[in-house]
Design a protein around this ligand. Sequence first.
Ligand SMILES: *[C@@H]1O[C@H](CO)[C@@H](O)[C@H](O)[C@H]1NC(C)=O
Ligand SMILES: *[C@@H]1O[C@H](CO)[C@@H](O)[C@H](O)[C@H]1NC(C)=O
Ligand SMILES: *[C@@H]1O[C@H](CO)[C@@H](O)[C@H](O)[C@H]1NC(C)=O
Ligand SMILES: *[C@@H]1O[C@H](CO)[C@@H](O)[C@H](O)[C@H]1NC(C)=O
Ligand SMILES: *[C@@H]1O[C@H](CO)[C@@H](O)[C@H](O)[C@H]1NC(C)=O
Length: 774
Amino acid sequence: MALYFLLVLCIFGSARAQSKPPNTIGLGSSLHPTGQATAWYSASGHFAFGFYPQGSGYKVGIWLVWGSINTVVWTVFRDDPEISVDSTLEFIDGILVLKESNSAHKTVADSSESALYANLLDNGNFVLYNQDHKIIYESFHFPTDTILDGQKLPSGGKLVSSFSSTNHSSGRFRLMMQVDGNLVAYPRNLNQPVDAYWASQIYCTGCRNHLLLNGTGILLLINDTDSSVIRQLYTPLMQKERAIYRATLDYDGNFRLYSHEFNSNGNSEMVVEWEAIDDLCLVKGFCGLNSYCLRSDHNAPSCMCLPGSYLRENDPSFGDCQRNFTRGRCINGKEDTSIYKIATTANLTWEDPPYFVTSFLGKEDCGKSCLEDCDCDASLFDEIGQCMKHKLPLRYVKGAHEGFHTAFFKVSNLAVENPTTDSVKPPWVVILVLSISFIMYSGTALAFSGFYVFQFRIIKYRKLLQTGTTGLTKDFILRTCSYRELKRATDGFKEELGKGAFGVVYKGSFDKGRNLVAVKRLEKVVDEGEREFRAEMRVIGRTRHRNLVRLLGYCAEGSKRVLVYEYMSNGCIANLLFRAATRPDWNLRVNIALDVARGMLYLHEECEAPIIHCDIKPQNILLDEFLTAKISDFGLAKLLMPDQTKTFTGVRGTRGYLAPEWQTNSPISVKVDVYSYGIVLLEIICCRRNIEVTVTKIEEIQLSKWAYSCLVENEIDKLVGSEEVDKKTLEGMISVAIWCIQDEPALRPPMKKVLQMLQGIMDIPIPPCPSPSS
Ligand SMILES: *[C@@H]1O[C@H](CO)[C@@H](O)[C@H](O)[C@H]1NC(C)=O
Ligand SMILES: *[C@@H]1O[C@H](CO)[C@@H](O)[C@H](O)[C@H]1NC(C)=O
Ligand SMILES: *[C@@H]1O[C@H](CO)[C@@H](O)[C@H](O)[C@H]1NC(C)=O
Ligand SMILES: *[C@@H]1O[C@H](CO)[C@@H](O)[C@H](O)[C@H]1NC(C)=O
Ligand SMILES: *[C@@H]1O[C@H](CO)[C@@H](O)[C@H](O)[C@H]1NC(C)=O
């Protein structure tokens, strides 16, 4: 009877096949884990749908057939127990069902409509059709860890990595196509900005995007509304004729694009075309709790337990670590310090929020304080002198460059400790790149003092949460990087952007050309120790203001000193003022003058320790993409002149902008910068250099003298030629400039007053003659 029934179905099925596309799967077809019919194949034979072995049983899914290896790209019921050998997959009564011997039947391809036939398309999409030949189900709508050619990950969709390369149950990582348009990778079950380890860095409220692998190996983010391409994540250099592409969130947390190239004699080759992350140690959650990622040059990264912990037995590769001693009781709120000691390492750091932060403990005391505190399991002393105390578990512990952080771990006195991590090769550059990209995309330039870094970080974190956007909350901390890496980033110091008093500046890029930086190779630097240099860099790194060019990182290797700055796309104002064919807009010039004054005010009065720039000139004032003026090279003078308050033997600034006290051997103060600013202000107003020998009239050669005489004779219009500017503003600006260039330093106003006068908040008195003696 059963045989007869099957026979009828088969005839029925094949009769219908006449009107269907070839290679279809008709009603009545079935598959079994073993035997003849274990899978249905696509027309090309490159994809198969059916039973594949996993563990001691089977799973149903789709895989790419190549060589002797099958690459699973989709799994049905991935988190259900494995399927036993006596199960069947039947396409019957308009549905596809999985019949397991001792459990309920499960509908594999669920659709409200009844299906008439099925097909595994050549792109790996398994589809069901109704009797009108319309598609009523496609596996492409339910991705697991992979998207294939032509498949999209819709807004709100996600990929979940597999557990391992052979176990396709849900694993430890997740890639979310967020409804804010950003594609972000997280450890599974976590979705806070602090947990994200990779993001496409698209910030756009109300934008709904989808990810598409478009059939030619191009991985794109596309706007749902107008289908515009928002970002090409990857474009192959060369089109591969016979290749199948897939983008997979791999079990190790990396998002990779693969190509499988099939040649005419049936062989195939798999190539990783692109991967989101260069260093797996940066995948948050790659190592479990209380462990850290260790990477050696040739080997895959491995997870090590923190000092005082041991690796959990049941998951030796990346499991959580637990302490192998039980903590004693706290007596009268005091820790029994006889049973614990502190293990110190300078090579580890982490990002968890501490339960306690203070800036009033020295480095040694930071460890001691943890030892004595019953709540404390570990403490971290960071480069700006904050001591942060933490309880276990610690997450996302990573290698750190020595000297930046010191980590203290409370360990049992009895345990034999070996906390050093000598072979740690810190993944610095990638961290630098990530922080650069974050800084660039976050685009905020907030001034804050070193003590408030922590609070700032928290505020930033909250802000990200509130707006729903996600970023990598890389701490806003200066990074170090290797000379080799900077050499690579600048293509061997190839493209010169400019030359300054301290060395040549080169254009560089990180993150495959996405993030541009300016790399300055220092020359002529006082040969101070690496330690002092690092200390200096940290001071500069902490000096942050909208009108200061930001130091992002540096390298100090042997005698080499290289600084990495944010890239300023519009160059220095010298080009704008002296080389442009037409005079730049008056309002732009006024804004530049104000910007420079604000930056200088910050350097002189608002940052932790006053910084005398010593070399304010148009070549050191740069413009970003929004034409905001920023001062560069600040803080470097100190490297040349160790003590700024003393008298200098040599002149350091640039001729034409130097205050007279440089020549007279008098003490140097912030007023030397005010003098230089006065000259620069005149140059901004008049769009000419202070000294110009090509002018027709001899009295016009020196701008500072000419400007004063014009002011006295009420002929200031002459200074701007035919340009139409508001006379009152012009007069005010020239008067301020004349005040700034007074020979007598005490007569020059401080930058605060300069700014107030320029803003019109303060009246401008009539300036005296700048050089009464000459
Ligand atoms: C695959 O991983 C899942 C999730 O951890 C686990 O429950 C299952 O036992 C694993 N299967 C095999 C064969 O290891
Ligand atoms: C994407 O779509 C949104 C919503 O319609 C729109 O406001 C936005 O301008 C689009 N973005 C781009 C870059 O086209
Ligand atoms: C894939 O995207 C690229 C770039 O947007 C486009 O030029 C190409 O035509 C697309 N290919 C397909 C098959 O859609
Ligand atoms: C904890 O581990 C250390 C190092 O492996 C060992 O010396 C010590 O005896 C262990 N302590 C306990 C309580 O198991
Ligand atoms: C940190 O690592 C470096 C090598 O990368 C090593 O020389 C140094 O001893 C380590 N320091 C500590 C405290 O582990």
